[in-house]
Structures are given as structure tokens and as C-alpha cells.
Design a protein around this ligand. Structure first.
Ligand SMILES: Cc1cc2nc3c(=O)[nH]c(=O)nc-3n(C[C@H](O)[C@H](O)[C@H](O)COP(=O)(O)OP(=O)(O)OC[C@H]3O[C@@H](n4cnc5c(N)ncnc54)[C@H](O)[C@@H]3O)c2cc1C
Ligand SMILES: NC(=O)c1ccc[n+]([C@@H]2O[C@H](COP(=O)([O-])OP(=O)(O)OC[C@H]3O[C@@H](n4cnc5c(N)ncnc54)[C@H](OP(=O)(O)O)[C@@H]3O)[C@@H](O)[C@H]2O)c1
Ligand code: HEM
Length: 479
């Protein structure tokens, strides 16, 4: 700053004298990571940048061409942590009338009773504080909007001040979203603290189901064999058990993508209208279907990779060789089982088709792909082909199970095989969907979704009477 300000702890002083004034001048307080990156971007965009620093001669390397001086800069970016804002109070007279851009974030939500930007406004009432740029990282600023988030959120009480900040952000190549007055600052400060909020539920569900099925199958397969048959097959945990748990969880999660749509349809049929809000839990469930589906796809991909290594596993090669040798020794050949050939080929092929469609759902959920699809195309793939995917994957598992459910050895310690448990939800979803496809049900649902409402005659009469009363009231008023 051209004029040195003395305070107990800090002073902001110029690094050099002011230069030409043709370019718009912007000021940055703080020569830390964000201050330096922002300065560099602003300078590259054609702004004249000046810094305010406590230690102008020992601060980190500043972008070449930048300097310090605030007198002619109307816009000041405060790139300082909130904990150090108190010294700004001493600069209140110099900052009067200036637009202060608060870029700060906190380490935790609700750390302070008021938002940082509101605190800054309270410290310097004469300035116009605008919250903004806090959702970008120093890294994103350095690399430009093409490499990271393109969005800048702003909020502030002065329209004019906000406009000035929006102009700068737009020139830097960012898309700006105005979130209203400074009361929205807390919400903006909470944005960078969020860690994949929409992924939380799907990931928790995947972890919970994986843990459940892992321990279930561990008891049913490994511990049972150890206790009852005195056989240690613990090596199966690594590949066999994992190759059961992943597809089982994947299939359940895939069906959970389609269950809310079915519940929503039955709810709409029951209520006879689409104009009543769904319960919150259903709304939230519907909103995380994309993440549910993508986690399910990741697990299905693991199943496919695990399946690829089956032929090269030591245990499998050993079993195959031992079987062949024993047949040679006993001079026996097992007859070719055509039914078995049909069954195995069918479940592999159906599995492959299911996985192919699964991948298609994943590809169309990429923003670059979904952006070029019309709503109808997207909905056709996600909904229609999505149900086909669920059907193939369920059928693949039924074929894999084949007649095992008839064998008493399948029910160890009265525990059902894992694949049987995994078939419950998908089968329910598919049966309910079939019911919804019945022509009489489908036509009613379609009408409801097009805006038709079913009202019971008693309610209709009451509505008619109240409408009549309102009408006559209006007529009387008119007279
Ligand atoms: C790998 C993978 C990727 C996925 N990616 C995505 C993705 O990118 N985006 C995504 O949304 N899903 C995604 N999903 C989840 C799933 O495929 C879709 O949500 C699919 O559209 C669900 O189909 P549906 O027929 O059950 O429901 P929908 O097509 O959503 O609903 C059926 C009908 O219900 C009505 N309806 C839906 N919601 C409401 C509502 N709130 N109020 C009133 N009526 C309503 C609609 O009119 C629609 O005709 C993905 C799944 C997988 C496996
Ligand atoms: N880094 C990011 O990616 C990022 C992203 C979004 C938002 N932010 C926000 O931007 C602000 C700055 O972050 P940063 O990462 O640049 O921090 P930093 O590297 O620690 O820099 C902070 C700067 O504040 C100045 N300062 C003024 N008074 C101070 C004091 N009493 N004690 C210590 N420093 C003081 C210092 O500059 P001088 O020594 O020159 O005075 C210091 O370099 C924070 O509010 C942060 O929440 C940062
Ligand atoms: C390339 C595609 C696929 C191939 C080649 C394939 C192959 C296999 C094989 C070989 C098994 C038996 C594994 C074993 O003996 O332990 C199996 C089981 C299973 N598969 Fe697939 N699969 C494919 C895709 C899928 C998909 C997309 C799903 C859906 C999520 C799925 C769900 C299942 C289930 C639930 C089981 C039963 C697991 C068990 O309890 O043993 N598969 N599959």
C-alpha cells in the first residue's frame, strides 16, 4: 500500500511505486498460496495487480509484473485467513467505499457464529463485501478453468459491487452463479467442506452390504467347512469369496436403482395424482440413483475381472489335473452333459450381455455423453435398457443357481446360498415392473403422469361447492 498503516501486529506496505493506470487495477491482500495464484491469473488476463503484504520484502515470489498499491484499486481480494481479519479493522478508513472480495473458507462447518464475509462486513461497514472465489483452489486458479471447476459462486448486498466481481470472474473464464445477498455466505463457505455428499449413501450401502455378505459367506462356506468337515479352505477368501460378494452386492444395488421408480409409480397410482410430494426418503433415494448405479457397476467390473482369473488359479488347475489323472487311473470318462453345456454357456453369455448394457448405462451417465442426448434418448437408455440390464443380470444369476436350490447341501447351517439372497430384491422389482406394464395399470399411470387426477365423488362435491362459494363471493364483490 502506498500509505503505510501501523497496527500492533501487521502493516501492509508497498513493494514498489504505482505504474501506468490504463489497465484496471485490482488489489490482493495476502501473498499466500491463493493470493499469488489469483494475482497470476488476473495479471495474465490483463489486469494490473497490486499486493498488500505485512512483509513486502520477504514474502514468497510474486507473479512477475505485479506490485503493491491500493489507492486506485476499487476491488480488493482479501486472501487472508479469517483468524487474521482483525487487523483489517485498522484499515477501515482506507477501505471505505471499496469492494472487498472475501475468498475465505473454514476448516469445519459452524466454526463461527457468523459467516466470514458477514464478519468482514461488520469489521469494515464502509466497504461493500462480496463473497466469491472460495470454491476454487489455488491450483485451479493457476491452471485455469479448463483443468478444474468452472463455477464461481458470488453473493453480496450491493448489486453494483457484485457486478464488478462477476465481471472479473467472467473475464478469467469462469461461469458465475449469483446466490443472492450476503446471508448466503455461510452456504457458500460450506460448499468446499462437502465431501462427495451424494456419494455418501451409496458408498455406505455398498460397504454395509459387502461387510454383511462377506461375514455371512465366511461363516457359511469357510467356517462351516472347518467345523463340520475339518477342512481348511480359508484360501478361498481371496478369490472365491470376493467373487461371490462383489456380484451379489452389485446385483442388489442395481435393483435398488429401479426400486424407487416402482415405489413412486405405486404411490402415484394409490394417490391418484402426481401433484403430491413424495416422502423425503424416497426423494433422496431417487436423487442418488446415479451414484448407486455407478458403485454397482464398479462392483460388477470387479466380478468380471475376478472371473477372468478363474482358469489360471492354482486351486482350479490343481483340481482339473487331479480329476483328469484320477479318470486316467480309473480308466473312466465322464459322458458329455449337454444340459450342463447349455447352462454354463447361457449364464456366461447372459452375464456378458448384462455387463455390456451395464457399461452402456455407465457411459451415458457421463456428462459429456448425456449432454448430447435428448431427454427421451437418455430416459430410453437409463430406464428401458436399464430394466433389460437388471433382467439379464438376474437371469444370469438364476441360471448360475440352476437346480442348486433343490440340493440339501446348499443349506449349510440352514443358511441360504448368497446368490439366492441376492435374487430377492431384483425379482421383486422385476415382478412389480411387470405389474406396472399391464395395459390397464400402465394406461392409468400414464394418465396420472400427464396430469390427470382421480378425485373421490364426495371430495369433488365439496370442492365444487367451495369453488361456487368463491365464485359467488367474487360476483358480489364485483357488484
Ligand atoms: C451404471 C449406471 C449409471 C446410471 N446413471 C444414471 C444417471 O446418470 N442419471 C440418473 O438419473 N440415473 C442413473 N442411473 C440410475 C437409473 O438407471 C435411472 O435412474 C433410471 O432412469 C431409473 O429408471 P426408472 O424407470 O426406474 O425411473 P425414472 O425413469 O426416473 O422414472 C420412471 C417414471 O417416473 C416418473 N418420475 C420420476 N421421478 C419422478 C418424480 N420425482 N416425480 C414425479 N414423477 C417422477 C417419470 O415420469 C418417469 O416416467 C444409473 C444406473 C446405472 C446402473
Ligand atoms: N489455498 C487455497 O487453495 C484456497 C482456496 C479457497 C479459499 N482460500 C482462502 O484464501 C485465504 C488465503 O488462503 P491461502 O491458502 O493463500 O493461505 P496462506 O498461504 O496461509 O496465506 C495467507 C496470507 O495471509 C497474510 N496474512 C495477513 N495477516 C496475517 C497474519 N496475522 N498471520 C499470517 N498470515 C497473515 C499472509 O500474507 P503476507 O505475509 O503477505 O501478509 C499470508 O501469506 C484463506 O481465507 C483461505 O480459506 C484458499
Ligand atoms: C462378463 C460378464 C460376466 C461373466 C463372464 C460372469 C461369470 C460368472 C461366473 C463364472 C460366476 C460363477 C462364479 C463362481 O463360481 O464363484 C458368476 C456368478 C455370479 N454372477 Fe456373473 N458374470 C458376468 C457378469 C455378471 C454381472 C453383470 C452380474 C450382475 C451384477 C453378475 C452377477 C453374478 C452373481 C450374483 C453370481 C453368483 C455369485 C455366487 O454367489 O457365487 N455377473 N458369474
Amino acid at each position: 500500500m502506498s500509505k503505510e498503516v501501523n497496527s500492533e501486529s501487521v502493516s501492509l506496505c508497498p513493494l514498489s511505486t504505482p505504474a501506468a493506470t490504463e489497465q484496471e487495477m485490482l488489489c490482493i491482500f495476502g501473498t499466500g498460496d491463493l493470493g499469488r495464484s489469483l494475482g497470476q491469473r488476473l495479471f495474465q488476463t490483463g489486469y494490473k495487480v497490486v499486493y498488500g503484504s505485512r512483509r513486502p520484502h520477504s514474502c514468497g515470489p510474486l507473479p512477475p509484473g505485479t506490485q503493491v498499491q491500493t489507492q486506485s484499486a476499487r476491488l480488493v481480494f482479501v486472501c487472508i485467513h479469517r483468524e487474521n481479519y482483525n487487523f483489517l479493522e485498522t484499515l477501515a478508513p482506507q477501505l471505505k467505499g471499496k469492494v472487498l472480495v472475501d475468498v475465505s473458507n473454514n476448516l469445519k462447518k459452524n466454526m463461527y457464529p457468523e459467516a466470514n464475509a458477514e464478519y468482514l462486513q461488520r469489521l469494515i461497514p464502509g466497504a461493500q463485501v462480496v463473497k466469491g472465489f472460495n470454491t476454487l483452489s489455488a491450483w485451479a486458479l493457476q491452471n485455469g478453468p479448463s483443468d478444474a471447476s468452472r463455477q464461481v459462486y458470488v453473493c453480496g448486498n450491493s448489486l453494483e459491487a457484485k457486478q464488478a466481481v462477476i465481471e472479473v470472474a467472467t473475464k478469467l473464464g469462469f461461469t458465475v452463479l449469483d446466490r443472492g445477498s450476503l446471508t448466503a455466505a455461510r452456504e457458500l463457505e460450506d460448499f468446499p467442506l462437502q465431501l462427495f455428499p451424494e456419494w455418501r449413501l451409496p458408498l455406505q450401502l455398498a460397504t454395509g452390504l459387502t461387510a454383511f455378505f462377506f461375514f455371512y459367506l465366511l461363516i457359511r462356506d469357510v467356517i462351516y467347512s472347518y467345523v463340520v468337515n475339518d477342512k481348511d479352505i480359508s484360501f478361498r477368501i481371496m478369490a472365491s469369496l470376493a467373487n461371490k460378494v462383489f456380484p451379489i452386492v452389485s446385483l442388489i444395488m442395481l435393483s435398488l436403482c429401479y426400486l424407487p421408480g416402482v415405489i413412486a409409480a405405486f404411490l402415484q397410482l394409490y394417490r391418484g395424482t402426481k401433484y403430491k410430494r413424495f416422502p423425503d426418503w424416497l426423494d433422496r433415494w431417487m436423487l442418488c440413483r446415479k451414484q448407486l448405479g455407478l458403485v454397482a457397476l464398479a462392483l460388477a467390473s470387479l466380478h468380471v475381472l475376478y472371473t477372468l482369473i478363474i482358469p489360471i488359479r492354482y486351486y482350479v488347475r490343481y483340481r482339473l489335473a487331479a480329476h483328469t489323472i484320477s479318470q486316467i487311473k480309473e480308466n473312466k470318462t465322464s459322458p458329455f452333459d449337454t444340459t450342463m453345456a447349455w447352462r454354463t454357456d447361457s449364464y456366461y453369455v447372459i452375464g456378458i450381455l448384462g455387463f455390456g448394457l451395464y457399461l452402456l448405462l455407465g457411459i451415458t451417465s457421463l456428462p459429456s455423453v448425456s449432454n448430447v442426448l435428448s431427454w427421451r434418448e437418455f430416459s430410453f437408455i437409463q430406464s428401458k435398457l436399464g430394466y433389460l440390464t437388471l433382467f439379464f443380470c438376474t437371469f444370469h444369476t438364476y441360471l448360475y443357481g440352476w437346480d442348486k436350490f433343490l440340493q440339501p447341501s446348499s443349506y449349510k447351517w440352514f443358511m441360504l446360498p448368497g446368490y439366492m439372497l441376492s435374487l430377492v430384491v431384483p425379482s421383486v422389482v422385476l415382478v412389480l415392473k411387470l405389474l406396472l406394464l399391464l395395459p390397464c395399470v400402465d394406461s392409468t399411470l400414464t394418465r396420472i403422469r400427464q396430469g390427470w387426477e382421480r378425485t373421490d365423488p364426495e371430495k369433488k362435491k365439496k370442492n365444487y361447492q367451495s369453488e361456487l362459494a368463491v365464485c359467488s363471493g367474487l360476483c358480489l364483490l364485483h357488484l
